[in-house]
Design a protein around this ligand. Structure first.
Ligand code: SME
Length: 166
């Protein structure tokens, strides 16, 4: 595996196709889901500007449990319907939070987080869990980021053999 380099530009039209290419290169050559999820989180954390946490919470059939991540240690279990992650998992909708301090029930893991996007991961109508991304910048995640991250999440669902709850 070759070293990963930063993108030549952080403009979304250069950055996101580059991340997509790097992710596919990494994930297509490995079958272990933990290795792949860890590398996917680290790839986003390394390549996307202004992030402080990227990681997966996996649904175990009753709640969300912390999976591979990039960033500071985080809360290990999140009830369905609690916090941004639990709400996204319940509704199976992407939630973009411009300012986490204004979000009722937000669960703070890293005091530097000011905005957040959570993407539900669903395969064959079954909930895998969520991909959670935090930024120290208020309003970090715009429409263009949401659309690009939704595509990257689809690639992760396809290429990472996540465990599914019964
Ligand atoms: N902020 C999340 C909790 C997870 S940490 O951000 C890593 C939430 O409100 O669900």
């Amino acid at each position: 595996m070759a070293c990963m380099y930063p993108a030549s530009s952080n403009s979304p039209d250069i950055l996101y196709p580059y991340i997509e290419k790097e992710l596919k290169n990494l994930l297509e050559n490995e079958t272990n889901w933990i290795s792949n999820a860890a590398n996917a989180a680290a790839t986003l954390g390394f390549l996307m500007p202004l992030l402080n946490w990227v990681g997966f919470y996996l649904y175990n059939g009753s709640e969300l449990v912390l999976g591979p991540f990039w960033g500071k240690p985080a809360v290990t279990r999140i009830e369905m319907g609690k916090g941004v992650c639990g709400n996204s998992a319940n509704s199976r909708e992407i939630i973009v939070v411009e300012d986490v301090h204004q979000y009722p029930g937000h669960i703070a893991c890293d005091l530097f987080s000011n905005s957040e996007i959570v993407l539900p991961l669903v395969k064959n109508d079954k909930l895998i869990g969520v991909l959670d991304i935090d930024s120290p910048e208020i309003g970090r995640f715009e429409d263009i980021d949401r659309i690009a991250l939704e595509k990257l999440a689809r690639i992760m669902i396809e290429l990472i053999d996540f465990p599914l709850a019964d």
